[in-house]
Design a binder for this molecule. Sequence first.
Ligand code: AP5
Length: 214
Amino acid sequence: MNPKVLILGPPGAGKGTQSERLADEFGVEHVTTGDALRANKEMDISDMGLEYDTPGEYMDQGDLVPDVVVDAMVQEALSDFDGFVLDGYPRNDHQVEALEEMTDLDVVLSLSVPREELVDRLTGRRVCDDCGANYHVEFDQPEEPGVCDECGGELIQRKDDNEASVRNRLDTFEAETAPVIGHYRGGEDFVAVDGDQSLDEVWADVKSAVESNA
Ligand code: AP5
């Protein structure tokens, strides 16, 4: 089975955490626009006639990077794989239409979590500077403080995980991305998952949704 999974939800809902588990369990690729853009934060986009000259200037404030930059990244990534977990895209109506041109989907998962819980999760998140593994200062601690269990790398705080950027990201989600979830809701491949449970409880629901829909 090479499922094509789309995972939706607000910043901090657990998309990245659950996508990693799906990629391991089903042997598919984790395609994440957030990680792809972070790896290209300083990319020169000054010839595109946009407001800023690099993706990082949009990201650190919690604004969306322009579609023209992101669409091209997703198109290229999806063409390389039979099965995938797509995380972080689409985030607005234009991106929904672009994705429909690129691929079909087997299952669309939507994680929901209350807003103040999202603020706690994001401001407490720590990520490995080397391998990108996710931790939380309270909910998902490494064995040794500040050190990645997977690779021994240093754990750092993402620049957009300060409270002001987090609140802007949540507002941007409400304005631009909540309608995307409305677009998929009601489709036969759509599964709503309660993201306000423990990591393992969310995983049990996510795994069973993919097994029964793919
Ligand atoms: P992106 O990297 O996609 O960030 P995001 O959507 O804000 O999502 P996060 O990665 O912050 O959260 P997540 O849902 O993956 O949660 P996680 O599993 O880490 O995008 C960053 C930026 O890039 C955007 O702001 C934008 O500028 C740009 N961008 C990206 N895609 C774009 C697009 N398509 N178009 C335009 N611009 C784009 O979990 C969070 C924390 O909670 C962790 O610490 C984790 O340990 C903890 N946690 C997870 N699950 C649980 C649980 N069940 N219980 C307790 N703690 C939990």
